[in-house]
Design a protein around this ligand. Sequence first.
Ligand code: CDP
Length: 704
Amino acid sequence: MSVTNGVKRKHDESSKDEKHATKRQRLLPSRRALPIWKRASDIRQSLQQHNVLVLSGETGSGKSTQVPQFLLDCAWCRGKIAVTQPRRVAAISLARRVAEEMGTPCGSSSPASKVGYSVRFDESTSPSTRVKFLTEGMLLQEMLRDENMKEYSCIIVDEVHERSVNVDLILGFLKRLVQKRRSTKRPLKVVVMSATADVDSLTKFFESSNRGSAAVNDIHTSSDDIRKRSLDADESIDSADAVSRCYVEGRQYPVKLEYLGTPTDDLLEAALHRIFHIHCKEPMPGDILVFMTGQEAIQSLQKLAEEYAEGLTKEYPRILVLPLFAALPQSSQQRIFQPAPLNTRKVILSTNIAETSVTVPGVRFVVDTGKAKMKQFRNRLGLDSLLIKQISKSSADQRKGRAGREFPGQCYRLYTEDSYNKLENDNTPEILRCDMSEALLKMKARGIEDVMNFPFLTSPPREALEKALLQLLQLGALEEDGSISAIGRQLARLPLTPSLGRVIFEASRPERNCLPEVIDIASCLSVESIFLNVDTEEIREQAQIARGQLLRRQGDHLTLLAAVQAYAAERSDRRQWAERHLISHRAMQSVMDVRKQLTAQCRAANLLKGLTTQEASTAPDEGKQEQILKCFLRGFSGNVARLCPDHSYKTFVGNQTVAIHPSSVLFGRKLEAILYNEFVFTNKAYARGVSAIQVRWLEEVLEA
Ligand code: CDP
């Protein structure tokens, strides 16, 4: 390296450092203004004395960004701090924000970066990482790698009020781990954070692990006099065993509320109308946040809104419509956090992700459809279905609160006041309504044999646990005696559901020999739909023509494979290719990312080793097509339906009528039997992600 180069690099580095430092200084005043700032020393002190802190505070009070920073310099905090998030969007955006606030680069961009993140298929950390934001699933993965979590001094579990099944598992594991590390030199500190004030059950949960103690330390921070007291104070209890609690009041401006006078059936139309009513009639600046059910509804509304906006005269400001949902690629996520360009109003169309998990700046108006997509597992049928459901009162109130973060705002509920009054108070924890097989496999992989006696915050129904045990047995993940098998250990480490993991594992067997192709398909199934919505007959026809060469008569799995292979082979302009085929370029970029990561993980797990072909996926001949479908059948043997004499499909398990979803390439086809990835119940029961299979394959596949 020449002297001039060396000098230049030093100069570049120091100018980067300066930039980081300036940014840090610039952000300091807004950090100091956050309600939680005043509580910094209380929070530090209570964790000095106790191992567990339950911290509740309204969204936006500064919990996720500030608490890890408060703890970094504590004497007990020599190791890393983990902060879990239910969604990848939040994990990444928080890491970026906290890195800016600390004046350090983010993630793997520099070896000196102190803040990083780890989400499925994307780990961005450095050797100096001290604060790591990770999705709940990734923390669980780390817990499998090192059950004592030695690297960490503190684990912060955020957004606990969402009560995802992963959070419930994490809490159960942490409860035991705090006990295990309590008398070591480096006790583990745990902060449990929630946006709702109802923290009694959390406190009790952690108390009960602490040698039966019932010691609680309350830090009442809603008033300025901080009262510390110990309920049921028992001098003999080690103070580290007590659970401390802290409540931080939020900063909330008043929000004017408006309901519909009469209920509506057409939420898309109602939302569109409300957006443009606000945009054209409200003189006040401020962005609009619309809560929708999911990606499909969001994309339909985006299209409608963009078309409508084109017809507006120049007297109105411009409109910038931005979608926000969990599967959104990173590059698109960032746009949500940037201020709108001059003379433009942002309209953010979001799933419930923006309820508490992601704070969208600049919002003054909220439009709430009152609905959300939720997973519901039906134990008896063994079917996991995605249902569009009414939200709870607490979700509705959180949504409303988003309008009053920075200034007084307005919330329009696209339902009647009467409907609001009839809503459930809180969301049902996911553990009561989900397929438990993934959770159970993780527990088994962590050496928990007696799953029925695991310390759950809310116990799942016995029926769900039994069903999951059966499914894992059937996948070959458990031995007959209920202990985890070698395959089970492999599956637990793959960032996929046990079913999809089993498909991957099956594909790696020499007699199947189709792992690269199956990885391509599994990558597609790990992001939301790659095909753009074709909701009108005319567009459907257009799509059929454009996608013609990609469609496969065997069904959606091989069609996805053809799409990935064609996209990967496109060397000139992939964006244009995607547009031509009415395929989402954004989703395809994610597929490529996932494909790379999955391939690396399969290689690390030695799954790619025994293959006779090279690692690249190739257009499959008929024999290989059959092998690919058989791999999927191995993982999803419960998701099979056969054609009945009345021309309907009935599931093998549960004998439930199910129709092929209109989004499938097999829509309207009558086939001997079908295999599907997903059971969706909207107005009726649909199978999504469908392929044609032969019934006789089942026996062969399950016997192998
Ligand atoms: O966790 P909680 O909802 O209590 O608050 P937070 O996420 O720590 O957010 C505190 C403030 O940090 C927000 O009001 C935003 O001003 C800012 N923030 C941001 O600018 N970008 C993010 N990705 C997250 C937070």
